[in-house]
Structure formats: C-alpha cells, structure tokens
Design a protein around this ligand. Structure first.
Ligand SMILES: NC(=O)c1ccc[n+]([C@@H]2O[C@H](COP(=O)([O-])OP(=O)(O)OC[C@H]3O[C@@H](n4cnc5c(N)ncnc54)[C@H](O)[C@@H]3O)[C@@H](O)[C@H]2O)c1
Length: 450
C-alpha cells in the first residue's frame, strides 16, 4: 500500500489523528493505547414492509424474531413448531391472530409470509431451507447451515436458482467488532497473521445441554412423527428437548460452537477455510447417554492464499471447565495479537522477549547487548476499540443486513457459500473425532478430499 493510500485508509478507520508518530506509520508497531469508539453510518431503508414466519419457535428462534421485530416495518404473521407449548408461548407473545401450525409446508404456502427464520434443531436446517427458497421466501437460517457436509451443494444450488436473500445466523459476522478486526488486520496492525485460537468454556448443566424438560412435554403435545427425518426412535423427551446431545439431530460441540469462530475468522481474514482438519476429545463428565464428547480440541491448517498468509488455527471447547463462561477469538501476527469480541477489539503489540530469563540474559550478554543503555520512550502496548454506549449489538445488526439486502436487492456476507465454508470444517471435526483420522478439505471448491 502506498503511503497516501495507507493514510486515507487510516482516515476511513478513524485512526488518522493517531496515525503518524514522529513520521512513523502507526501500522508498523505504534498502535496507541487509547479507547476508540466503534461506530458506523449505514442508512437503513425501511419503506418496504417485510412479513416474517418463524419455523422453530424455541430459545433461539424466539430471540431471532425479537431482534427482527426491533427493525422498522417488520411484522410476524405465522409460526410453526412441533411442541404445543412453543406455539402457545408465541401466540401469547405476538398475538392470537398468528397463523399457527406444526407443519412447515403449510407455513411456506402462505402469501402473507415474505421471509422465514429457521430456528429448528440442525437436522432440519437444509431441508426446510430448500423448501423455503423453492416457495419464494427469503431465509434467515440458524447456524450451522448444514447437518452434514454432503447436504451443502443442494442448498447452494437452490439458493442460486431462487434469487432470494439467504443469511446464516452466526450474528458475530455483522458486529462492529468483526468489522473493525477485519480493517485492522488488513491495515497490518498485528503484522502478518501466523496463528489464531478460539475457546469456549462452560461448567453448568444448562451450558452442557442438560435443559429442563417441560412438565407437559409428552407424546400428546409433541408432533414426534414430524421430528425425526430417519424415523428411527419412539417418542423420547430427551431426544426432543435435549437434541444437541444426539448426532441424529445436532452436530456436537463443533457444529454448535466452533462454527461461530469459523464464521468470524473467515470474515475477518477473507479466508475460504482450512485444508486439513484434525480433532480429539472425549466424553469426560456429562455421561447422561449423549453420543457426543464434552471436551473437544480441533486443529486446522490454513494454507497461504491470495487473501492471507499460511496460518494455523486451534479451537477448544470444554464443558467441564472451572473457568466457566470464557469465550474468545484471538489472532496472532508477527507484530502483535488481536482479541476480537462483538463489541470490542483489543490490539496488543509484542513485548521485548524475556529480560528476566537467565538463559536469554546470558545469550544477550554474549552478543554484547547487556550493556546499560539509555532507556527509550515506548509506544503504548495495548489499544482497545469499544462500541459506543447504546450499541444494539451483533444480532440487531445481522437482521439489519438481512433486511437491507431484501429491500435493496443486495447481498449479505454470510450467504450459503460462506455458510458452507464456515460449517464444513466444523462438521468435519466430527468425522475426524469419530473416525480417528485427519480430514483433507478443498475449501475453494467445497469438496471433501479424504
Ligand atoms: N446464533 C446463535 O447464537 C445461536 C444460539 C443458540 C442456538 N442457535 C441455533 O438455533 C437453533 C435452535 O436452537 P435452540 O437452542 O433454540 O433449540 P430449541 O430446542 O430451544 O428450539 C428448537 C425448536 O424447534 C422446534 N422444532 C423441532 N423440529 C421442528 C420442525 N421440523 N418444524 C418446526 N419446529 C421444529 C422445537 O419444538 C423447538 O421449539 C439451532 O440450530 C442452534 O444451533 C444459534
């Protein structure tokens, strides 16, 4: 980047005032330790009414619809769920006039539904997405977009044919924090990326997916005949209300949680994904009949591409972790590191190595570097970018991007191609873990190689 271009890039980033220190570019090493507000100016057209249907009105489907309805000129007209308790709760929240059904095909036939939110368990994401696109609806589908990698191309093709807007629900991708991290990485704030890591830690029954079973959750209130795609089991409330514990419906820790970190990482780095995937773990503590591990480690090799240098990624998820509640995504570069949150980015510059280490001291002495020198002025080591007070958050922004694309005929970042590339490495962790092998993936052509 030329000096002039770098300067105008910094101006766009709101860094211009601090950009030049004694004639040196801030991008080299001198990111100043001040708190920069994160903000953006994006007009939101709200002239066109959008009528929404909700398919899967559980925990996240309800939160999604609440976020959607915060936007102007958006209404809900229909709801679909297999459990009567969820239908009753939706009607109580949004009005008795809602069209209600336990058959998603009935909801998709309605002309008063322009767009749907799919908040079902993972095994229904792809079939309902395709049916919705074929019925001419715009789709907001929860992550992971797929239950199996083999489902990916059929959905990508259905989306391309439909001409509709389709967005996957890893909402972090629309956050101020992810946008700022993307700008900072491109501007060289941490140097050349070489490694990234992410971590989810939990230590509670709810966090480990042992949800409360409703007292009235039984074969009369649940349409079990519409729940299993493979129709293998008799009604089982655990398999219905704690679906994440079973691979017939869920996708384990990697499909549930790693996928968020892949989405943010790919957005920030412009990466299409890793080419090698390896996972290890075990069921260490929550031995309640689940068929998925409760500790999972994943390792991923991202080869160099035009978009980024080669780097490694390590992801961890632990449901038996005393540091409960910790989640992070960190990018490490040759000059420093960046912790990325949805409303905050913390950039840290590398410290001089180990002055208290006797071995390094001896080595430095050998090289004549131990002589007392005049102390230097050091640039600030840490810079924090923080969202302004009143920021409505990633979830609100994600729906904003979805509605903007519908109203302007535009696009979204997290479309089915992006969604496929974010969820495939997560799902392939399960293949690696269960089949005890590492998996080769072609992220550009979206194909499993072995
Ligand atoms: N983006 C996020 O931060 C985030 C957070 C939590 C969950 N999620 C995702 O949201 C989805 C739902 O998770 P949840 O925690 O809300 O689960 P949940 O069990 O609370 O809700 C799922 C709902 O889907 C209903 N359902 C099941 N099969 C259906 C079908 N065929 N048709 C209609 N309704 C059906 C169930 O009755 C239930 O009410 C999952 O894919 C999950 O990965 C995303």
């Amino acid at each position: 980047m030329s000096q002039k271009n770098r300067r105008s890039f910094l101006q766009q980033m709101g860094l211009a005032g601090a950009a030049m220190i004694a004639g040196k570019s801030v991008l080299a090493a001198d990111v100043p330790a001040i708190h920069h507000p994160l903000h953006r100016l994006m007009p939101m057209p709200d002239d066109q009414p959008i009528r929404m249907g909700l398919i899967g009105a559980g925990g996240m489907g309800t939160e999604d619809m609440k976020s959607a309805l915060q936007h102007a000129n958006v209404t809900i007209t229909a709801v679909c769920d297999l459990y009567k308790g969820r239908i009753d709760a939706a009607k109580q929240r949004w009005g008795q006039q809602l069209f209600a059904t336990n058959d998603y095909k009935e909801l998709l036939k309605r002309s008063d539904v322009d767009a749907v939110i799919i908040g079902t368990p993972d095994h229904w994401h792809q079939p309902i997405s395709i049916a919705a696109l074929e019925a001419g609806k715009h789709v907001y589908c929860e992550k992971p977009m797929l239950h199996k990698v083999s489902e990916g191309w059929a959905l990508v093709n259905a989306w391309k044919k439909s001409g509709k807007v389709y967005q996957v629900g890893s909402q972090g991708v629309s956050s101020l924090g992810n946008e700022k991290a993307k700008e900072l990485l491109a501007a060289g704030a941490i140097g050349e990326l070489n490694y990234a890591e992410g971590f989810w830690a939990r230590m509670s029954p709810e966090g480990a997916w042992q949800y409360k079973i409703p007292a009235d959750g039984n074969a009369q209130t649940v349409a079990w005949d519409k729940y299993e795609i493979n129709k293998k089991h008799a009604f089982d409330p655990l398999r219905f209300f704690r679906w994440r514990n079973y691979l017939d419906y869920g996708t384990g820790m990697s499909g549930d949680l790693f996928v968020h970190l892949f989405s943010s990482l790919h957005f920030i780095t412009n990466s299409m994904g890793p080419s090698k995937i390896a996972a290890m773990g075990g069921l260490r503590y929550w031995k309640d009949g689940r068929d998925v591990p409760d500790v999972l480690l994943g390792m991923f090799d991202y080869p160099a591409t035009q978009a980024h240098p080669g780097f490694d990624l390590s992801l961890r998820c632990n449901f038996v972790d005393g540091t409960s509640g910790t989640t992070y995504l960190r990018l490490n570069g040759s000059k420093g590191s960046m912790d990325v949150e949805w409303d905050k980015v913390t950039v840290r510059l590398n410290a001089d190595a180990g002055t208290n280490d006797p071995f390094l001291k001896a080595k430095a002495a050998e090289q004549g570097m131990a002589k007392e020198e005049r102390k230097k002025m050091l640039p600030p080591r840490e810079t924090v970018y923080k969202a302004e007070d009143g920021y409505k958050g990633a979830h609100y922004d994600h729906f904003g991007n979805f509605f903007r694309a519908i109203r302007t005929g535009g696009t979204v970042a997290e479309d089915p191609v992006f969604g496929f590339r974010a969820c495939a490495p997560a799902l392939l962790c399960n293949d690696s873990y269960f089949e005890k092998k590492y998996v080769l993936w072609d992220p550009e052509n979206m194909k499993v190689l072995s």
